[in-house]
Design a protein around this ligand. Structure first.
Ligand code: 13P
Length: 244
């Protein structure tokens, strides 16, 4: 059985002061000895890069994991404005979101770049959360599974079965992000099922079945249960609602 993972992607929100206040509340709810919450699922927050040191400190001794929202694939070098895996790892960053639709569509990241980042994350023992997802136009044209399939294959090029336990996929339909239009559990399960088939094909059944595939796109406290009740929806990548 795959353990559920609930991840909050804070995007470009919160100052260090606001983040500390929010984590104090979150920890009071999640880290309490009796909190059933932390027992049956993994919980992660992914703050903006500059907040990582403050959040790392605020999470000391917590069961909440720390993720980054992006990183470069090189360890160091002439890449103005970028941050390397070697720089974030010492803060206890265990996960990194890669290929988020905002990186793809606003900042022009392509599959080959995202793949290099996935391989760099694995090299540094950081779990890549590889994001895939179709636009509205692609869905309307009946190309959802083709697009998501291509992004999955390209993002995982060179990843072998041994690494399977150390990767997470996130299906985030572009049309569902920040729009309040969540995919129905059935729509999401169809896409996740096809991602699962690709994972089994590439990595073998046993390894493919270990990879968690999260859903993201207007997830809220109200709709999360019906989404994660589907067999191939192994958790959620939450934007807006993770700030509340
Ligand atoms: P929203 O939950 O705000 O739609 O954002 C989803 C997302 O992009 C998470 O990575």
């Amino acid at each position: 059985m795959r353990r559920k993972l609930i991840a909050g992607n804070w995007k470009m929100n919160l100052t260090a002061l606001e983040a500390r206040a929010m984590l104090a509340t979150l920890r009071a709810n999640i880290d309490k000895d009796s909190a059933a919450l932390a027992k049956d699922r993994d919980i992660l927050v992914a703050p903006a890069t500059i907040l990582i040191p403050a959040v790392s400190q605020a999470l000391a001794g917590s069961s909440i994991a720390l993720g980054a929202q992006n990183m470069h694939f090189e360890d160091k070098g002439a890449f103005t404005g970028e941050v390397s895996p070697a720089m974030i790892r010492p803060y206890g960053v265990t996960h990194v979101i890669l290929g988020h639709s905002e990186r793809r569509h606003i900042f022009g990241e392509r599959d080959d770049l995202i793949n290099r980042k996935v391989l760099a994350a694995l090299k540094h023992r950081i779990v890549p959360i590889l994001c895939v997802g179709e636009t509205q136009e692609e869905r309307d044209a009946g190309r959802t599974l083709e697009v998501v399939g291509r992004q999955t294959e390209a993002g995982l090029a060179g990843v072998n079965a041994e690494a399977a336990e150390k990767i997470v996929l996130a299906d985030e339909p572009v049309w569902a992000i920040g729009t309040g239009r969540t995919a129905t559990p059935g729509q999401a399960q169809e896409v996740h099922g096809s991602i699962r088939e690709i994972l089994r094909d590439r990595l073998g059944k046993e390894a493919g079945d270990k990879v968690r595939v999260l859903y993201g796109g207007s997830v809220t406290a109200e709709n999360v249960d019906s989404l994660v009740s589907k067999p191939d929806i192994d958790g959620a990548l939450v934007g807006g609602a993770s700030l509340k």
